[in-house]
Design a protein around this ligand. Structure first.
Ligand SMILES: [Cu+2]
Length: 184
């Protein structure tokens, strides 16, 4: 019974970690912002963009944020932009999967590095939240299987303190788990 409860607790942890986290707001160029002589290809590397995320461009006067076609992006062609903004703080919601292309609309700036291509992934991949060590090996199991987790490496802190947990709490956890199963 104890191992069953432990399995349930583990499953709850997995389910909770599988719940989509809040949308991520990416500040383009981080503290550098949207400016000349910055490698935005490097900035995007290692980042996974998913629908619901937002891009925030921060820049001074003399720059714009133009969304352009892939062709205009590669050739740094200004004047055909899909949308343009020069407010100094432009938020771009990434709503759907696909690649979005942005350049600065001031002539010459795109060629000096102010160009950004962002690929939004379709899959609901788990966005790494700060600590990459916690969720490196966990591939979410189907929610209905109650088989004990095979990866014994991911120890759950609750198991160490389970000896002191009263049976009432264990029963309560089990009921919560069953309730979640009904909901899902
Ligand atoms: Cu510019």
């Amino acid at each position: 019974m104890a191992s069953f409860v432990a399995g349930i607790v583990c499953l709850i942890v997995v389910l909770c970690s599988a719940v989509p986290s809040l949308a991520t707001v990416y500040t383009v160029g981080d503290s550098t912002g949207w400016t000349l002589s910055y490698d935005y290809t490097t900035w995007t590397s290692g980042k996974t963009f998913v629908p619901g995320d937002n891009l925030v461009f921060n820049y001074g006067s003399g720059h714009t944020v133009d969304e352009v076609s892939a062709n205009d992006y590669s050739t740094c062609t200004v004047g055909n932009s899909i949308s343009t903004d020069s407010s100094g703080a432009t938020t771009i919601p990434l709503k759907t999967a696909g690649t979005r292309y942005f350049i600065c609309g001031i002539v010459g700036h795109c060629g000096s590095g102010m160009k950004l291509a962002v690929t939004v992934s379709a899959g609901a991949t788990t966005t790494p939240s700060g600590t990459p060590s916690s969720s490196t090996t966990t591939s979410p199991a189907p929610p209905t299987t109650i088989t004990p987790p095979t990866s014994t490496g991911t120890s759950i802190p609750a198991s160490s303190s389970s000896a002191t947990v009263s049976p009432f709490v264990a029963v309560l956890v089990t009921f919560v788990a069953l309730f979640k199963f009904v909901l899902f």
